[in-house]
Design a binder for this molecule. Sequence first.
Ligand code: BES
Ligand code: MN
Ligand code: ZN
Length: 498
Amino acid sequence: MKISFVEPALPKSGTLVVGVAEDRVLTPAAAQLDSDHDGIVQRAIAASRFTGKRDQTLAILAPAALGFTRILLLGIGKPAELETTHLEGFGGAVVAALNTMGESEAAVDVAGFGPLGVTPAQAAAAVGFGASLRSYRFDKYRTKEKPEQKATLKRLAILTAAIAPARKAYGTLEKIAQGVVATRDVVSEPANVIYPESFAAKVEELRELGVEVEILDEKKMKKLGFGALLGVGQGSVRPPRLAVMKWSGSKNKDSAPVALVGKGITFDTGGISLKPGPGMEDMKWDMAGAGAVFGAMKAIAGRKAKANVVGVLALAENMPDGNAQRPGDIVTSLSGQTIEVLNTDAEGRLVLADALWYTQERFKPRLMVDLATLTGAVIVALGSEYAAVFSNSDELAERLQAAGKAVGENLWRLPLGDSYDREIDCDAADMKNISSGREAGSTIGAVFLQRFVNSVPWAHLDIAGTAWSKKDKSTVPKGATGYGVRLLDRLIAQYYED
Ligand code: BES
Ligand code: MN
Ligand code: ZN
């Protein structure tokens, strides 16, 4: 879908979208249509249940004299309470409504979408951004879609008096959207297409944006001592990889980077501790943490962020076969600490243990954030509205939560602590990879990871509930959400750029 920013004027074809505030208060564009055309807007509202609540829509056939097809009223709620994420939601709601109607082109007049803490240009750009995010589809494997099943909307014009600054603001948002799309694409791909080597090849494409990329293969990791990560990958015919991305956008190229680390299990069968069959197909998205880090690096490099950022992806496939690791195996991690692998399905923490240690030792980052679809328990606790954040730094946790709130990717903080940590003490090795019960499963995963983090500020985001959506949401169509990309991009933009 193509998005443009143009001077306010009545369109010649397609749909004109105008806003109506709560309690049927017309925005200037809606009031103009109403007075020029015999009360068409007010009469349509009176004949319906439309009141102007946020994201409500009501379609009206345009009078023949107008030349275009229809008017779409969009509820914008209480203007004084609008936030940027609401404006993005309007873009999303418009795209959803127009695709349902089979419309191919439309213009949205954003006059009156405020007042906000942002400029009219930023507001216009936000509507376009939301529209772009909602228009995502992963349909490359649908070769037999009927025309009525396809998305119809091809062009969306945002009508605004502030064209030049709106285009400029959108230019940055477009780079972020491209990062989100990159994440949704790799997460949506099945595991026969995206596996450690093919994912690494995708990462190498970021070189075009000026990202330095380095891929560690099995041989290299064996030599360095990645025993925990290699143990997870050894049951698969697809060998593991560690992908390292480096963006040096700060004036001081040598200043300590922000480090982002992602769990990239390209398929998680559970290994010898095999998962049950029903629903196992979902485990193709067990690389969504790595996907988010990949997309965030794309966004950050795309918009040329003035920050030093490294991204590290721990890529492996967790399969059961003759060479797979067994429950009870003891592996030596890169840190030198030994781990008794009591459950081969608790594999994300194993690959992250080595990736976190490597990142911390090699890059001496100012902070580390890891993202992982680590535990089913976090879905039980928080569902799909919030991801969990665990951190050894109140400041970092608060910054992540603030960034998440600003972009609509919410985080809820859960605890770490010594009493949890004791649960993974082990008789046979330095630690075991699961506790003995089912209590506090997400925290147990987090305290395990913490054993591979020294004093650097670190946060672990458990995104098992937010990486994939079963239903359409305002700017996020069902499927891979791209959760984390906007959050990480905002964290860096807000706190860690020159
Ligand atoms: N990838 C799973 C977690 C998961 C489950 C993500 C469902 C998304 C949806 C992870 O590797 C896993 O299997 N975790 C186990 C840990 C347990 C063995 C301690 C879990 O949550 O059951
Ligand atoms: Mn698992
Ligand atoms: Zn997993």
